[in-house]
Ligand binder design. Sequence first.
Ligand code: 15L
Length: 269
Amino acid sequence: MKKIALSGAGGQLGSVLRRALLARGCALRSAVGLNPMAPLVDGEELIQGDLCERAVVDRLLEGVDVLIHFAGTSVERPLPEIIDNNLRALVEAYEAARRHGVRRVVFASSNHAIGMYPVTERLGLDCEFRPDGFYGLSKVWGEALGRLYWDKHGIETICVRIGSCLERPLEPRHLSTWFGHRDLLHFIDRCIEAPDVGFMVVWGVSANTRSWWDNKGAERLGYQPTQNAETYAAELLAGPNPLDALGQRYQGGSFASHDFTRNDIRDDN
Ligand code: 15L
């Protein structure tokens, strides 16, 4: 059985994955951050600490086949925090992966790496980056880091550009960006089981009728989503849209309109 390490296991998505992987009897070791957490099952392997510390990532990755890296800052924050959590900690994780012969990393990237595309554009996997803030920029950097460690050190990486990963879609934007939990779990299963992936980028999105993102070219992963936000369309479109006009214009939504200062594009046109 493959040994799996999960970082960010105390976070919003990490806790969904932790529960599901343990329920399946997976050989799991979880990094839970700085705050102590109780084991969910007897004998669960939990690692506490800062991933920027070599001793912590060494404990996390010893004897591991696949690292599912969901740790890090997941929203727009001041640059020093993003540098520590999303840049430095990721390098430490890859360096420990080298030391311990980890074969594969699943990197939680984000749609905010491309959030400045207008919602009228449809994107393939080869689109250029258009980050919508420092958080999105950190995901661009993380994807490039994965590429480096594959090209130079032979560590495989799957970058999952996560849309809006929620139990159910909550607002009109999610009709395009929703990544249902059932699809997330199937996606992660494929990331663990698919043979020889090398380096790849994949949209983390369900089979939404209104999706902006096309996974053509990522077939070798075997990800076949079955959830579709359209099921909730009538209800969502009848409700309020929490995004302002700029947020509705760009794929990154509120991340794109945050601190937007171009004055040749206004939010009321
Ligand atoms: C993300 O990357 C964030 O971590 C999450 O909080 C959501 O904002 C999501 O993207 C999204 O775009 O809906």
